[in-house]
Design a protein around this ligand. Structure first.
Ligand SMILES: Nc1nc2c(c(=O)[nH]1)N[C@H]1C(S)=C(S)[C@@H](COP(=O)(O)O)O[C@H]1N2
Ligand SMILES: [Mo]
Length: 324
């Protein structure tokens, strides 16, 4: 067990789980290929399934990075989704327990078009784009994910926020029987927030898919936020409420540990987390899975995750050490 693993909150039991998980998967795949039956449904182990294809055409976005993509397997088996459990393998293991139909989003607060909108109502006017974004988790690993979705700004404009709307707050669904929800790992609902100009920035998106398929439960089905210049925890999953508010809203990680997690959460290699440096990251791309990443060398983390040219001006005049 190396120090950085401890610092990143990775336990040796988790590594064992991951290794076991991977071996069982390889075994299942090999057995399936050999036509062996009766092994499906090994308790506690769920393979990353294929999602439902999204309707074509999916527009390629000019905002995409050309960095090497993370594999579908990595993106869908190495996750943080505390409602489903705190181990990286829990989200894929318990994804099927998340109930996503029917789904609606409550829009409220300082806007002219509040209401309860079905997922279909929310999505209907928006063409689906593919945007390949670098994503950087606070735990110092990163992925390159081909998101499918649309600009949050386009939805916000439809909801017509008024001049009092200074921030946008988001909440995740609370389903009491999900393994992490029943254990009160965090104070539910999971909450996040953005300043209205961050929410309106063209890079900020609502995602409904990955690799041209609907989001799987582990990635925040059926709809989640994606903010590529901020640490991963800002990108709240399985959103059921969007509120336009005047005051800076509470956010889950800031509530649970204000010293460690601020409201802004911009990726910043020069601003250490109190327990570890943020200068470097392990990139889980190409053939690098969550497990083999433990043996991959680190690369330098870029300021604002490499999106500074587009977003740095949002923070002109702000001290980013204090406003972290
Ligand atoms: N509701 C909810 N959203 C969440 C989380 C969570 O625990 N609950 N984890 C966050 C963290 S810490 C990260 S790094 C990203 C991971 O997204 P991914 O698993 O799709 O890569 O989701 C974020 N969104
Ligand atoms: Mo994260």
């Amino acid at each position: 067990m190396q120090d950085w693993m401890k610092m990143a909150g990775i336990r040796s039991s988790e590594i064992t789980d991951q290794a076991l998980f991977k071996r069982r998967r390889q075994f299942l795949q090999a057995s399936a290929a050999a036509g062996v039956t009766g092994l499906i449904g090994v308790p506690g182990i769920a393979a990353a399934k294929d999602g439902v294809p999204l309707p074509e055409p999916i527009i390629k976005s000019e905002f995409s990075t050309t960095d090497e993509l993370s594999s579908k397997e990595t993106i869908t088996t190495y996750n943080n989704f505390y409602e489903l459990g705190t181990d990286k393998g829990d989200p894929v293991r318990y994804a099927d327990r998340l109930r996503t139909e029917p789904w609606s989003i409550t829009v409220d607060g300082e806007c002219d078009n509040p209401g309860v909108y079905t997922l279909e109502d929310i999505m209907k006017p928006h063409a689906i784009e593919e945007r390949i974004y670098r994503m950087r988790c606070v735990e110092a690993w990163s992925m390159v994910i081909p998101w499918n979705g649309f600009a949050l700004a386009d939805l916000i404009k439809r909801m017509k926020p008024n001049s009092k709307a200074k921030y946008v707050a988001f909440e995740t669904v609370v389903q009491d029987d999900l393994p992490g929800v029943s254990r009160n790992v965090l104070d539910w609902p999971y909450r996040e927030g953005l300043r209205i100009d961050e929410a309106m920035h063209p890079l900020t998106m609502l995602s409904v898919g990955i690799y041209g398929e609907e989001l799987l439960g582990q990635n925040g089905a059926p709809i989640r936020l994606v903010v590529p210049w901020k640490y991963g925890y800002k990108s709240i999953k399985s959103v059921v409420r969007i509120s336009f508010v005047e005051e800076q809203p509470d956010t889950s990680w800031n509530l649970s540990s204000p010293r460690e997690y601020g409201f802004y959460s911009n990726v910043n290699p020069d601003r250490s987390h109190p327990r570890w440096s943020q200068a470097k990251e392990r990139r889980l791309a190409g053939n690098t899975s969550g497990l083999s990443a433990l043996f991959t060398s680190k690369t330098k983390t870029q300021f604002m995750n490499g999106y500074a040219e587009q977003v740095a001006s949002l923070y002109d005049g702000m001290d980013l050490q204090t406003n972290h």
